[in-house]
Write a protein that binds this ligand. Sequence first.
Ligand SMILES: [Zn+2]
Ligand SMILES: [Zn+2]
Length: 557
Amino acid sequence: MSIQTAGPGDTSPLRLVPLGGLGEFGLNAMVVEWEDHILLLDAGMLFPSAEMPGVDSIVPDFAYLAERADRVRAIVLTHGHEDHIGALYYALQSAPAPVYGSRLTLGFARKRLQERGVSPDFRTLIPGEPVEVGPFRLHPIRVAHSVLDSLALAIETPAGVLLASGDFKIDAGAPPEERTDLDAISAWGERGVLVLLSDSTNAEVTGTTGGEDDVVPAFEDVVARTRGRVLVSCFATSIPRMQRVADVARQAGRPVAFLGRRMVSNAEVARDLGLLRLPDGAQIGTLPREETDPALVFVSGSQGEPLSALSMVSLGEHRDLAAGPGDTVVLSARAIPGNERAVSRLISNLLRLGCDVVHPGLERVHVSGHGSQGDMHELLRRVRPRYLVPVHGEYRMLVQHARLAAAAGFPPDDLLVAEDGEVLSLSRRGAFREPRVAAGRTLLDRSSGGEVEDFVVRDRRHLSAQGVVVPIVVVDRQTGRLESPPEIVTRGVVEGEAGAEIAEQASRLLADAIDARPAEERLDLPATRERVRRELRRFLRNRTQQRPVVIPVVMEV
Ligand SMILES: [Zn+2]
Ligand SMILES: [Zn+2]
């Protein structure tokens, strides 16, 4: 099939259907659609914060894909971060299709799917080598990011070229195999790009983002001044970081080891692909048997995740690793919004053990993987697209990204800020917003293996914050009269003597309210239940200033 990249545009428009990642972090999933052909760009997931009790993971709502499964030509992954590949299993369940990505990305994805007993049709993308997928031609472009083998994608479609930046920074000082390929990006600018989807994460950060090499001096310093072990916790995907830190350890003559499930699994994948070069005798999954010099150990859990290796260390409960005076723990990652309290607790617990703790607030042991305003400007200047769609960020960041572009002279009408579910229809003739489609979050609960509805989470939150009150009312089937005084069962409301007194008052109040029902309500169970709920709520609010969940049980005998 011949593909036109320029010319009179009387072809069908390109449709963009964001299923996730626009307006809220994490669930990156963009449908690229032309006539009957669909590509899904990324399938990310999110770990819930403490405000969602009982929810294990959050994935995009893939209903839009499932309804069009026969049109899905490919799932294309830009890089191996959780917020881009974590929901691949669910995307494939909605629409089985070949999965494209770079070596390391597929390495990570393969391992995760193996754990679930799934092996899809994986196809490797290599920068500079285009592949045809239906009416689309994908051109992978190398970009710098905090995980190796990250890609931007130029996608030729019959309606024009879409360029998706993926998560990126420019990092011009990085080694060639890690650097963003600015020449390739400029070449697409010359050919003409219909729409640029560009990373907005750091739209509120001025200047340009530094390189991975910037962390080396701080690590050299830590390694030199620490008598005991150095524990380093970064994201388990941060292979470029691990490489640099492992090199520092090697130069200092320290053995290197990896602990924690995801850390171990990713280090193995990267090492086997030749993307992580470790000193001889490096241990993946165990500590060095003999430490002539104290080891440097990479440990999972930089976000303070409750069951992670580092959390267990911080509580003195890790089976193999104890930390104490003389040891230094380096948190080589920023706290993801929502995790700040857990990270803070982690730091305090480690300090209680007597070790030293170094984090990005104190020393330069982390650099962002996302470009700042300067990086965004440079990309836009090189690509010069007809339309710009800010992606990857909270709504405030998308808006800020658009404002930056406008300030740099980009035509405001061609700046398209959209949120999840808002469909954009693009062609050389113009851009249109189509009616919204279903998109949003699906909450997953591992213990039940199923989905959790939003209202269930709301209830759980409510229950944990305010407790529960269950009034039990027994009425006569024939007359509707009370059989016995209402019984009030409470959990987490007011305990002890005061609680007993309130329960007694509530019971009397309900007895009166039930006696006072109008005749037509006496045999109406739902109406009685509602009355019990209403009266009890009002009473509890006035007496205790609390709003517990009230679950009336009304029975007939
Ligand atoms: Zn990323
Ligand atoms: Zn991301």
